[in-house]
Design a protein. Structure first.
Length: 86
């Protein structure tokens, strides 16, 4: 009989683990309509405030300019072999 008692401990842990996993894997409840509408209105306000902002200009780094100058002064600027025949 004590052996059966010791075997019920892992069995109980298994059942508790299965119930725990089931509870955690359920999809969340749908939001209330008021909460959903408030979230959407906050989203629209955020988009409206950033819509008129000017895009940032990209300035090339000094390293990129020196690499481009070196490539142009080296002739072809490419290490690919020529495909011209003849």
């Amino acid at each position: 009989m004590p052996v059966l008692l010791w075997l019920t401990i892992p069995l109980a842990a298994l059942v508790i683990g299965i119930v725990w996993a089931y509870v955690l894997s359920r999809p969340p409840r749908p939001a209330a309509m008021e909460e959903s509408m408030e979230s959407f209105s906050r989203f629209r306000r955020a988009l409206a405030t950033h819509q008129g902002a000017a895009p940032r200009k990209r300035t090339p780094s000094p390293d990129a300019e020196t690499l481009a100058d070196k490539a142009n002064s080296a002739g072809t600027g490419s290490r690919r072999p020529s495909t011209r025949s003849g």
